[in-house]
Design a protein around this ligand. Structure first.
Ligand SMILES: [Mn+2]
Length: 328
């Protein structure tokens, strides 16, 4: 187990705990865990989100009475700890403020995304473990000795959310989850309550559009489904996976002109084919057409300026080449 000296070093400092833009449960719960960890050492800190918090994370914050600030001023802090991201892209509107300041504050990151080249925090202050299913699991693994009830519960919520209620998981995350749940004083239903996702009407319509526009290719038993949608690409891709795709890719140009591609891959398929969306699709795609990428092996996103149809075409040929290679 790693040393926990980092918390003590923060004594007497003004600390900001920052989630990524469009804060989700994992990012928010991670910040909440850190606030408790520091609080346990009588170190005060505050939580902030760049400009938007998603519905589930907001519900969680309200019901747990965890206060947070939106669009914080960054000037008055000695240390900023970022959760569930390590890429400037994820700062949303705070990006410029943050870049201007980053040399004058001490930065830390807790994350479980695959490490990228342009990361914000490097070296000893970066606590990144791509083998963890959630950032709350990263925190659990490092600080579990100092956890108390609430933090175990927050860790559970992050794990359930980021695994899509254990659709993507592994023996370690089941083990860690079981340990967290046992110590949380809560039951599984309490955890599930927060990860329930109620689709908005426009989101439901987006699902139907994605299904209607879907193009399906069966490559030696691998079902690849692509579709074009200018919003809700991520949740639509998840829906297409539920309908039976092994890989679902939804791409579209958003209002600001940026093309966004969201991909999802089914766990059984990934295991059998040793396939990772980041490694075998998005990073090769980025090499071909540039853009920015982020995500995990089973859920990932690309952003850039290429036409959606071309992005999807390239994706399908990259996947087919990969699968053909894997067969040999
Ligand atoms: Mn996460």
């Amino acid at each position: 187990m790693a040393k926990t000296g980092m918390l003590e070093k923060l004594k007497g400092k003004r600390i900001l705990l920052l989630t990524h833009e469009n804060a989700d449960l994992d990012s928010f719960c991670s910040a909440a865990i850190m606030r408790e960890l520091l609080g346990g050492k009588k170190i005060f800190s505050s939580i902030a989100v760049p400009s938007h918090i998603n519905e589930q994370a907001l519900h969680f914050a309200v019901s747990q009475k965890i206060s947070f600030e939106v669009n914080p001023s960054l000037e008055n802090f000695d240390a900023i700890i970022i959760f569930d991201f390590n890429d400037f892209e994820q700062l949303g509107r705070l990006r410029q403020k943050f870049q201007a300041l980053k040399k004058s504050v001490e930065l830390f990151a807790f994350d479980h995304h695959i490490i990228e080249k342009r990361r914000i925090v490097k070296g000893k202050n970066a606590f990144i473990d791509p083998n963890c299913v959630s950032s709350t699991q990263v925190l659990f693994r490092k600080f579990w000795r100092q956890f108390f009830k609430k933090m175990f519960f927050y860790a559970c919520v992050g794990i359930v959310e980021d695994t899509g209620r254990f659709i993507t998981s592994n023996a370690e995350s089941f083990g860690d989850f079981a340990q967290c749940l046992k110590n949380s004083g809560k039951n599984y239903a309490d955890v599930l309550e927060f990860s329930r996702h109620v689709a908005q009407d426009d989101e439901k319509i987006a699902f139907f559009k994605a299904a209607q526009r879907a193009s399906v290719s069966d490559f030696n038993g691998t079902v690849i489904v692509t579709s074009v949608l200018s919003f809700y690409q991520g949740s639509a891709a998840s829906k297409l996976l539920e309908l039976g795709a092994h890989i679902a890719l939804v791409c579209g140009a958003e209002k600001n002109g940026t093309t966004v591609l969201s991909g999802r891959a089914e766990t059984g398929f990934m295991g059998k084919n040793k396939f990772s969306l980041m490694r075998h699709l998005l990073i090769p795609l980025q090499k071909e057409i540039g853009g920015e990428v982020g995500g995990h092996s089973g859920a990932a996103q690309w952003k850039g300026n290429t036409k959606p149809e071309e992005v999807l075409e390239r994706c399908v040929s990259i996947i087919k080449a990969r699968l053909a290679d894997a067969r040999q």
